[in-house]
Design a protein around this ligand. Structure first.
Ligand SMILES: NC(=O)c1ccc[n+]([C@@H]2O[C@H](COP(=O)([O-])OP(=O)(O)OC[C@H]3O[C@@H](n4cnc5c(N)ncnc54)[C@H](OP(=O)(O)O)[C@@H]3O)[C@@H](O)[C@H]2O)c1
Length: 201
């Protein structure tokens, strides 16, 4: 299969298309043909900082954590998925787990879910890590209906999901932004925008 490999880390690190062995699904895994993947802040940090960042893979590596795609084969013991299922998840690109900037990933079936039918592959691939981060942040903070919640960076990768989830949990949501286009988007997503450059938060 083809993968975008990073051969060394640093500010000038580049990704190169290379032929690598296609993985197979071992027990508890599914083999997914990747249709879309996304790049998170942490992927860019790994590229730049390499082994200075805990859990960075050894180079050469395939980076990328998020993906959406279609299951092509199933390992022993996997019950909740079938060949042909459209799925999305966050399952590689850290430590010894190959990433998603590739044609295929053999992913732990506990790290993926069925793709909602109303999302495209590209939309679904944009959600997992940022969505998990936003969800865990709100739930660990004990969010409750009727609370006032402040989301910093409400148009960022994590922030724009946190803002919408906070509304879903019934909160009255406020969110910081650094310019007019961001303020407009926050308003459109249903929160009260605060310009952190011109107002005191
Ligand atoms: N992306 C992930 O999956 C993920 C996972 C785990 C942890 N994290 C962490 O979560 C944080 C956000 O990540 P991200 O990927 O969402 O980043 P991002 O997409 O680059 O968004 C960053 C946001 O921060 C806002 N911002 C910048 N300076 C600010 C300031 N002085 N006051 C208030 N807001 C400010 C920006 O707002 P303006 O553009 O309006 O200025 C922007 O909305 C980072 O610390 C990242 O390491 C991210």
């Amino acid at each position: 299969m083809k993968a975008m490999m990073i051969n060394k880390y640093g500010d000038d690190a580049i990704f190169e298309s290379q032929d690598v062995e296609q993985p197979t699904a071992i027990s508890g895994q599914v083999l997914v043909k990747i249709a879309a993947s996304s790049v998170n802040t942490v992927d860019t940090m790994i590229r730049k900082m390499g082994k200075d960042l805990p859990l960075s893979p050894d180079a050469p590596a395939i980076l990328g954590m998020d993906f959406a795609g279609t299951i092509e084969s199933i390992g022993e013991g996997v019950k909740d998925f079938a060949i042909g299922d459209e799925v999305y998840g966050c399952a590689g690109g850290l430590a010894d787990l190959p990433g998603t900037l590739a044609d295929y990933i053999s992913a732990d079936s506990k790290l993926l879910a069925h793709k909602p039918k109303n999302l495209s592959m590209r939309e679904a691939a944009a959600i997992p890590l940022a969505g998990i981060t936003a969800y865990e942040g709100l739930v660990r903070a004990g969010i409750k209906s009727g609370q006032k919640v402040l989301v910093h960076g409400g148009t960022g990768g994590v922030g724009h999901i946190a803002l919408q989830l906070a509304r879903h949990f019934g909160a009255d949501v406020y969110s910081t932004a650094g310019g007019d286009p961001q303020m407009a988007l926050i308003k459109k997503l249903g929160a009260t925008p605060i310009n952190y450059k011109t107002e005191v938060v």
